[in-house]
Design a binder for this molecule. Structure first.
Ligand SMILES: *Cc1c(COP(=O)(O)O)cnc(C)c1O
Length: 392
């Protein structure tokens, strides 16, 4: 759909936009401009004159339409782990008499680790209750303070029913927090209709803002002025440059800011978001499903060694497809060596992301041919592909 906006190296089929999107063609130039025309020329004046100070909000307003959020309800900053911590801490203060955080066993570990860390810090008898993804709906009751879920499972691509679960959560007075790491830029999300109190996501996956790009957080506008910020940094203060001795939260979403924003990385995000101008997320979704259905059909009929672990029903999947294979790590390394880039998640999951902004049908068919060759001829079965690297 926007292949011309990306400069993917010759011979590479990039099926890992679910982990780290590629740079847009304009990204390097935009970052260069920020360094040379803004930072170098303006130096400290850049905060006012180049709009750096406002950027976390300006960019929030650019991401908002992609996730069905109202203008002024999204702010950028920090990493997703931090944003999850902030949302969860705020949620717990909204239900002071409750002690359970409900999540599922498919959630991304950092979300669970941050919850554990928060529980330790609070020093009260909070419980992180993990249940199977399908069982979440049955565990929503009056003991639960907050529901903390990732909409799309990072391993299998299974999609939670965000609207249904949020509604059920609210019927029991549970505060809902959704992690949109694998949703934003991949599937249509309608926060305004689903109505959760909090959502957060990252911008280096489907939004292509580059490694270490800032995360975003959404707070529902009707509660935003009452939310208690656990990370009370100066950029979330009502008057950051009043330099008062004591913290006073800024109005609404502004209070979710913590410290100095990463200006260069935000420039990269701004360039990456230009790609979305005139792109319909519904069309992205439709094409992503077409590509993934094609991939599943071909792989299942030609690679009997691989077992589909993503839901077969496309309505129940995000935009990634996962296959299990005992030697999945080696097989993925063999694929990468041939220019087909996906990734691997322990213990045996080979992940393939279908991002129609820069992947088309011909790419999928070519990737399948290479995968078939590797599987049929056991080309993965060599030492060099079996030694696990730090990042898989
Ligand atoms: C990628 C991902 C993260 C990453 O968090 P960072 O703090 O940005 O490293 C968190 N949660 C989920 C669900 C993810 O998929």
């Amino acid at each position: 759909m926007r292949k011309h906006c990306f400069d993917i190296p010759e011979g590479i089929i990039y099926l890992d936009g679910n982990s780290l999107g590629p740079p847009a063609i304009t990204t390097a130039k935009r970052v260069d401009q920020t360094v040379n025309s803004e930072w170098r020329q303006l130096m400290i004046k850049g905060w006012n004159e180049a709009g750096w100070y406002r950027q976390p909000r300006t960019l929030g307003d650019r991401i908002a339409p992609l996730i069905g959020a109202a203008p002024g309800s999204v702010v950028l900053g920090d990493t997703l782990s931090i944003k999850i911590y902030q949302a969860l801490a705020a949620a717990l203060t909204m239900r002071p008499e409750r002690r359970v955080i409900l999540s599922d066993t498919g959630n991304f570990p950092t979300d669970l680790y941050m919850a554990e860390g928060l529980i330790k810090t609070l020093g009260q008898d909070y419980e992180l209750r993990l249940v199977e993804p399908d069982a979440v709906i049955d565990h929503l009751d009056e003991s639960v303070a907050a529901l903390l879920l990732t909409q799309v499972d990072y391993r299998s691509g299974r999609l939670h029913d965000m609207a249904g679960l949020t509604q059920k959560a609210h019927s029991h007075g549970v505060v809902a927090i959704w992690d949109l790491a694998h949703s934003a830029g991949a599937i249509p999300v309608d926060l305004a209709t689903c109505n959760p109190e909090f959502a957060a996501g990252c911008t280096y996956k489907y939004l292509n803002a580059g490694p270490g790009a800032p995360a975003f957080i959404y707070v529902r506008p009707d509660i935003a002025d009452d939310v208690e910020p656990a990370l009370s940094g100066w950029m979330g203060h009502a008057a950051p440059f009043g330099f008062e001795a004591s913290y006073k939260a800024a109005p609404a979403i502004e209070r979710m800011r913590v410290g100095t924003p990463s200006v260069l990385q935000m420039a990269a995000l701004d360039a990456a978001l230009d790609v979305w101008e005139g792109v319909s997320i519904n069309e992205v979704r439709a094409q992503s499903l077409e590509l993934s259905e094609l991939f599943i059909r071909e792989v299942e009929s030609r690679c009997p060694q691989l077992a589909l672990i993503s839901p077969r029903n496309p309505e129940q999947r995000g935009s990634q497809v996962s296959f299990a294979f005992v030697q999945g790590y080696a097989a993925m390394q063999a694929l990468i060596a041939r220019g087909v880039i996906g990734d691997f998640r322990a213990p045996d999951v080979m992940r393939f992301g279908f991002t129609p902004l820069y992947i088309d049908k011909a790419d999928v068919l070519r990737a399948v041919e290479i995968l078939v060759d590797i599987m049929t001829n056991d080309l993965w079965d060599v030492e060099e592909f079996k030694t696990q690297k730090a990042v898989t």
